[in-house]
Design a protein around this ligand. Structure first.
Ligand SMILES: Nc1ncnc2c1ncn2[C@@H]1O[C@H](COP(=O)(O)OP(=O)(O)OP(=O)(O)O)[C@@H](O)[C@H]1O
Length: 385
C-alpha cells in the first residue's frame, strides 16, 4: 500500500526538480488519494485542518480526529523518498466524543448521552469471554500504543476480583491521593493515568465481594477519580460475560468495545459470547484482537501457531466484525508485564511496539469511522474538512 500513492492518476516525478507548485499539487493529491483501512476515502477526507510548509524541508501539519501518527510517518517516509527531500507529517489531535460522559457520582445512572460533557472523550471497554487470554496485558500495551500515536490516555482496571493493572504498570505499592478530599487523583505510569481497586484495597479482600458491591466499587473508581482531559479511557473489563460484565457495560457510557481472544477454540467460543453481550446492550464492537497468535522461535525463526491458526479471522468474519490485529506470543511481552514495563515506552518504533501501535490506530480509526451511526446514544459528530 505504501509507495503506491502515485497510482491513482498521478505521474511519478521525473529527475527534474519539481517546482513548488508541483510539490504542493503532488502532496495534495497524495493526501487525497492515499487509501488504507483507516482512510477508506483518503486522508484529506477526514482531516480537520491541513497546512503545508515548504522550505529546505517540507512539513505537513494536519489536525486529525483520531491518532494515526505512525501510519502518516510511513507515508511521509515514502514522500521523502519520492521527492528526494525530507518530508515530515506533524499530527495534532482533536478527538471527538462518540458518546458524552458525565463526571460525578451519578454518571453511571444517567448514561443516556444527555448529561453534561466530561473531560473524557471516549471510553473503550476491552473485554474477553475467557480468562487468561492476555486481556490486561493487551489493554496496558494498547494504552501506551495510543499514547505513542499522540493521544492522551487513561486506564481503568474494572477487574475487581483480580486487578493486575497495578503490577503491569509498576505501581504495586502506590496509593492515589486527593487534592480536594473528594476525588482521587489517578496514579501516573509514564504519563498514563491509571485507577484500580488494587491501589485501594488488598486484592484478597475484593475477591469475596458480591455483585452489587463489586459494581458499586467500580462506579466509585470511575466517577470519583479526578481524570485529566483524556482522548481515550480504556476499561480493562473482568473476564466473562455474566451479570457483573453486563451491568458494567450498561452503566458506563462506553463508546465501543474490543474483544481480546487467543485463536484457541475454547477462547473463541467465549469471545463470541462477549460480542453477543455487547450487542445486547447496544455497545458497538469494533473488532477482535487475536493475542498469542503465533510464536517465532528465537533460534531458527520458525513461526508456529501454538493455539491454532486463523481462529480470530474466521470468528471476526462469522460475527461480521473486524480482526483488528494479531499479536505474537513473545517472552518479552510476558516479562514486561511482570516487571511493570512495556516495550513501547523504551522503543516506540520496535517490532513489538509496531504491532500494538497498528492495532491502537485501527481501534481509534474504526471508532471514528464506524461509531457515528452505530451507537444509539451518539450525539451529532461533526466531520470537518
Ligand atoms: N502476547 C503475549 N506473549 C506472552 N505472554 C503474554 C502475552 N499476553 C499475555 N501474556 C501473559 O499471559 C498471562 C495472562 O495475561 P493477562 O493477565 O493479561 O490475561 P487476562 O486475560 O487479563 O487474565 P484475567 O482473566 O485473569 O484477567 C500473563 O502472565 C501475561 O504476561
Amino acid at each position: 500500500m505504501f509507495g503506491n500513492f502515485f497510482s491513482k492518476g498521478q505521474s511519478k516525478p521525473s529527475n527534474e526538480p519539481l517546482s513548488s507548485a508541483q510539490v504542493t499539487q503532488l502532496i495534495d493529491d497524495t493526501l487525497a488519494n492515499y487509501v488504507s483501512e483507516n482512510f477508506p476515502n483518503g486522508v484529506l477526507n477526514v482531516c480537520i485542518k491541513y497546512q503545508l510548509e515548504q522550505d529546505k524541508n517540507i512539513t505537513i501539519q494536519l489536525i486529525m480526529p483520531f491518532p494515526c501518527q505512525g501510519e502518516l510517518d510511513e507515508l511521509a517516509a515514502s514522500l521523502s523518498k519520492a521527492l528526494g527531500q525530507e518530508v515530515s507529517i506533524v499530527v495534532t489531535l482533536q478527538v471527538k466524543p462518540v458518546r458524552h460522559f458525565a463526571l460525578g457520582s451519578d454518571a453511571g445512572e444517567k448514561a443516556d448521552g444527555a448529561v453534561k460533557q466530561g473531560n473524557i472523550a471516549n471510553i473503550i471497554a476491552i473485554a474477553s469471554g475467557k480468562g487468561g487470554v492476555g486481556k490486561s496485558t493487551t489493554t496496558v500495551n494498547l494504552a501506551y500504543a495510543l499514547m505513542a500515536e499522540g493521544a492522551k490516555v487513561g486506564i481503568l482496571d474494572a477487574d475487581i476480583y483480580g486487578p493486575s493493572i497495578p503490577t503491569m504498570l509498576g505501581l504495586t505499592h502506590e496509593k492515589p491521593g486527593s487534592t480536594d478530599g473528594k476525588l482521587m487523583t489517578p496514579l501516573l505510569a509514564h504519563g498514563l493515568s491509571a485507577m484500580s481497586i488494587g491501589f485501594l484495597v488488598d486484592p484478597n479482600d475484593a475477591t469475596v465481594w458480591r455483585g452489587p458491591m463489586a459494581s458499586s466499587a467500580f462506579n466509585q473508581l470511575l466517577n470519583e477519580t479526578a481524570w485529566p482531559t483524556l482522548d481515550y479511557l480504556l476499561i480493562d473489563m473482568p473476564p466473562g460475560t455474566g451479570d457483573i460484565q453486563l451491568t458494567l457495560a450498561q452503566k458506563v457510557p462506553v463508546a465501543a468495545a474490543v474483544i481480546v481472544t487467543t485463536p484457541q477454540d475454547i477462547a473463541l467460543v467465549d469471545a463470541t459470547k462477549g460480542i453477543a453481550m455487547f450487542n445486547k446492550v447496544q455497545v458497538p464492537v469494533l473488532g477482535i484482537v487475536e493475542n498469542m497468535s503465533y510464536h517465532i522461535c528465537e533460534n531458527c525463526g520458525h513461526q508456529s501457531h501454538i493455539f491454532g491458526e486463523a481462529g480470530g479471522k474466521d470468528m471476526a468474519q462469522s460475527n461480521q466484525t473486524t480482526l483488528l490485529g494479531q499479536l505474537p506470543l513473545d517472552i518479552a511481552i510476558r516479562q514486561d508485564a511482570d516487571f511493570g514495563q512495556s516495550d513501547i515506552i523504551e522503543n516506540s518504533t520496535g517490532e513489538i511496539a509496531s504491532h500494538y501501535r497498528k492495532i491502537a490506530r485501527n481501534i481509534a480509526g474504526q471508532l471514528f469511522l464506524q461509531c457515528d451511526n452505530a451507537s444509539p446514544l451518539t450525539p451529532i459528530v461533526e466531520q470537518q474538512q
